[in-house]
Design a protein around this ligand. Sequence first.
Ligand SMILES: [Cu+2]
Length: 145
Amino acid sequence: MAYKNKLIVIVLAVALGTCEEREGLGFEDFWVQPASGDITAAYITIKNPGQTSDTLLDVHCDVAGVTSIHETRHEQGMMRMRPLETLPIPARSQVIMQPGGFHIMLEGLDHPLQVGEVVNLRLRFEKMGEITLPITVEDRRGHEH
Ligand SMILES: [Cu+2]
C-alpha cells in the first residue's frame, strides 16, 4: 500500500512539472548595451514552450525615463526603428531580440551605463503577468553582425 502511494505522488509531480512548463515563459540571454549618452537598448530571448500564446504589453526600466518595445527594419536600404504597441509571443516558439531586430529601447537614462552594471527591467505580459529581470550591461558590439 505504501509503495502504491509513492507511485501516485511521483506521477502527480511529473504532471505538475509539465503543466508549469506549458503555461510559463522562459527568459534567456538578456543584456543591455553600454551607453555613454542617455539612450541604449536591452535584448532578451523570450521562450514560450507552451500551447498558449502570450503578449508582451508593457516594459519599464528603473534607470530610463522612457522604456518601449522597438523593432528595427530595413526599409528602402535604410535601417529604421519603430515603436511597437505590443510584442506577440506565439505558442511553441521563441522571440529573439537582437541588434538589428526587436529590442527594448531605453531613453532618458538617468546616468551613463557601464559594463558590469545591473539594471532592473520589468515586463508585463497579458497572461503571465509581471516579471522583473536584473539585466547586466555587456559590451557585445563585436557580435552585432
Ligand atoms: Cu530602438
